[in-house]
Design a protein around this ligand. Sequence first.
Ligand SMILES: [Zn+2]
Length: 165
Amino acid sequence: MTRARIGHGYDLHRLEPVAPQGAGRPFVLGGLRIEHDRGPVGHSDGDALLHAVTDAILGALAEPDIGQLFCDRDPQWDGADSAVFLAEAVRRMQARGLRLGNLDATVICERPKIGPVKDAMRARLAELLHADVSAINIKGKTHEKVDAVGEGRAIEVHAVALLVP
Ligand SMILES: [Zn+2]
């Protein structure tokens, strides 16, 4: 009998000035392109929210994590749209007879502000997760100007996903 399963995902990306000033890629979060002078450093597009959500689902399934499935030395994933990673987690979830019950995510960064794009982000996640938007929650927090996250040099995301039969 399939039972509900819960998983947690965490991700952090360094934020640097966008190229050519630095190594930052264009700022993408939750599948949305957001205007910002800094962007994530990463092998794929560096979408910390999609990475944390992908790991929350894979974690709930007790399957290999995102770094194991999509090696960050594989040129195939250089600059990849992270929706591809999430789609694989969703495929594995559905293959196990599960769907998303609900998702709660916390995005921690000093800038850009998450509030104005939160609803668009929830809608995009609902689409990627084949879930109703009412099942998706995103909270934005700052790091009170301290440490790398608070100084705008990194972005951090925590996500918890409940999968139900
Ligand atoms: Zn990541």
